[in-house]
Design a protein around this ligand. Sequence first.
Ligand code: PLP
Length: 660
Amino acid sequence: MEQEMNESTSSNNKKLFSSRPEDWSIDEALKLYNIQRWGDGYFDINEKGNIVVLPEKNANGPQIDLMDIVEEMKIQGIAFPAVIRFHDILRSQVKSLNKAFRDVIDECRYEGRYMGVYPVKVNQMREVVEEIIDVGAAYDYGLEAGSKAELLSVLALNTNKDSLTILNGYKDEDFFRLAMSGLKLDRKIIVVIEKFSELKTLIKISREMNMKPIIGLRTKMSVKGRGKWSESSGDKAKFGLSISEILNAISLLKSEGLDDCIKLLHFHIGSQITDIRTVKDAITEAARLYSKIVKMGINLEYFDVGGGLGVDYDGSQSTNESSKNYTLAEYATDVVYGLKQICDLEAVHHPNIVTESGRAVTAHHSCVVTNVIDMIQTTHTDFDTRKVTGEHHLVSDIRNLEQDLNKHNFQQIYSEAQQLKDDCQNAFRLGILGLEERAKIETIYWTISKSIVAILKDVDFVPEGLQDLEDQLAPQYLCNFSIFQSAADSWAIDQILPAMPLTRLNEFPEYQCSICDITCDSDGKIDSFVDGDGIKKTVPLHGLIPGKDYYIGLFLTGAYQDVMGDMHNLFGRLNEVHVFSDDDDPTDFYIEEVIKGSSASEVLRAMQYNPEYMAHGLKKVVDKQVQRGRITPRDGVKLVDFYESCLQSYTYLNHSKNFH
Ligand SMILES: *Cc1c(COP(=O)(O)O)cnc(C)c1O
């Protein structure tokens, strides 16, 4: 299966970028960047050629032009890169999820309720969780936590006593103590047992506090998702009880008089479930288990299907790892109907349904906006290659190839040019060729390659060996951000995130580019992009205009990416703006909150440095140099001031108008 999928993705690479300047239109841009598909109705392009956000998924509702936000940020002096959060999208996603389940429940006269929870690990930002709780209150939408620190946060934030607080993850005594204290505060806190030995701890704490817990049991499923998170289920899964452990757990709790505390059955087959069949199979398996446990006399009230509701990052609506082949409505239908069917067959009551969807709730609401610093060309063709008398025959040979090239012989010319380039490198190592000659040969080689790419756009069939040529020639756009901070999964697990320019989408994008970040790590690059025809190694971008900023957005970063970033190269957290829509405002939005990103002194402090002490140390060295007469007192003061001001400033590059 893996094999098959890889092949089908690589076959998508075979088509060259075929749009032409004369056919360009905003419709072409929509297709090329696939924005309406991955944007799920929230993103579009306006007649100015800028990306707009439609917080109500409605072209007649508010339309927020991302460039208007960028302009307002500039006026407020907020530097890039920056995270832009759309709170309306977050609210809309929570509503859609709850409505989807309520609709199906009404439609099929299901007798339980939908009581979803938001797993905070997906994005723990206080403002995000507060917004979710606020809009979720109407649906008794709760929270899920997986660690002690997360539990502390959900205890403080989830004050709705009718919604659930579900606790997953490995637990120690304090974790259980905190959870039980929550019960005293009238919260519906359910502790999910992830491994058998936790039960003993729980029983001990429950005796100590003289309180009865609300217990969930997590089962290890035999159904596996496929893709990146498939190891979350199956016999080898890290979490969950086997069937025999579940039976033992029930008898142990019975013997302790706590069997009436078992209220929830939980499973989680992994994040980003790409295939709806996996959901159906999992529901069937878990529903049978639920029914059998109920028939043993255990009064289960909740059926918790965990997370996994996918996001269509590439917009292909397929079982690609970065996609999903189902809609939210289909997901809700399969969960509710699937469970109802088995419960009715087994003649047991319909439990309340819990989901722990995080990715689907948060992914769309935030994006990272970065400014392009420079274009890095790997294939230079601006070296003087004119003939000189007595030049080496390798140089003359490749020049002849360049002159002979036409649309009938390009394949042969390309292979001969490659051969000559190899020969040239060998000859250089042997000391036969000089620097000038090598530079000429390489320049002509790149000129030939570029001419062939131009020819390929006009031919019907692109030969196998030439399919990657355009990608090899792609320039890199150096962008002001760190992939390790802002798109961790794109580096770690090849997660695909849509990336595209925010503006000039009414102009033809003439360069096929890859994107690299400003870390000094050669891994700090993005080379998988969403395209109407599949996944490509390059993204079409516009030429840079001297003195004008060019902005690129990295989208769907609201789930995991926002909060998983690391401090590689000491690039810290980004400046952040929280945007709300306002139909009465001429720009349809206002910036409600600005959160400043990390300063150099903050990231240094996190690494155990003391910035004041560092500045003091530097000043002592400067004073010495002043005494020795190597630096003037005036320059000494300037140097120390500058060092101190850099400590206070943003960790990212400061010169936005760097290219000329
Ligand atoms: C990570 C996790 C989730 C969230 O999964 P999504 O795919 O983001 O919806 C839910 N439940 C558990 C137990 C998890 O570990």
